[in-house]
Ligand binder design. Structure first.
Ligand code: GAR
Length: 206
């Protein structure tokens, strides 16, 4: 098998094929679809596959509406079986880069290693602050005045890989987690396509 670390995976001399993994509503998938439509008119990249661990996730509907293969792959207690099927799909659709977008599962270190440099995630905080779940709540509880979002490479840890793009959001008096998360989400929608462009042009690597 190709050594995932042997050579930088990007740039490539053709349109890159993207997959998006999402667990929920899929608004980041929506912003990525606007930037890299499934119809292929953006020369840099085109989304070719949507995967969700949740049956009936709105993200799957968004993918299907864009005429994409959009598959529910159960996760359950069986991370290995999820990863096996997901990697089968990634091979089948010749995917170059995987974007986790509101994907609420932790992939194995082996998966991260095989996709080294080709696996991205968006997280609603300025990493390394507030890793893990409910990052906007964590920011409010910590009393910080600025939080934001990070698009980063995924490595073997949880929310630990190298940051590619960060965007800041100021906390307002009286902010609750929903209000803050909403303003952070709007920044994610800008940050994610920007990060994908940087990676595909080979301007940043893990
Ligand atoms: C986004 O805020 C994303 O940063 C967060 O889930 C939301 C998904 O929204 N992800 C995580 O917290 C991962 N640890 P979306 O489904 O509308 O894109």
């Amino acid at each position: 098998m190709r050594d995932a670390r042997s050579a930088p995976p990007f740039p490539i001399r053709r349109q890159a094929r993207l997959a998006v993994f999402a667990s929920g509503r899929g608004s980041n998938l929506g912003s990525l679809l606007e930037a890299f439509p499934s119809t292929g008119e953006e020369p840099l990249a085109s989304i070719r596959l949507v995967v969700s661990d949740r049956d009936g996730a709105p993200a799957l509907e968004r993918g299907a509406e864009a005429s994409l293969p959009a598959e529910h792959v159960p996760f359950g207690r069986q991370r290995a079986s999820f990863e096996e099927r997901a990697e089968e799909l990634l091979r089948l659709h010749a995917i170059d880069l995987v974007c986790l977008a509101g994907f609420m599962r932790v992939l194995s270190p082996g998966f991260a290693e095989r996709w080294h440099g080709r696996l991205l995630n968006v997280h609603p905080s300025l990493l390394p602050a507030f890793r893990g779940l409910r990052a906007p709540e964590q920011a409010i509880a910590a009393g910080v005045s600025v939080s934001g979002c990070t698009v980063h490479f995924v490595d073997a840890g949880v929310d630990t890989g190298r940051a590619i793009v960060q965007r800041r959001v100021r906390l307002e008096p009286g902010d609750d987690a929903t209000a803050l998360a909403g303003r952070i989400l709007a920044e994610e929608h800008v940050a994610y396509p920007e990060a994908v462009r940087l990676v595909l042009r080979g301007e940043v690597s893990p």
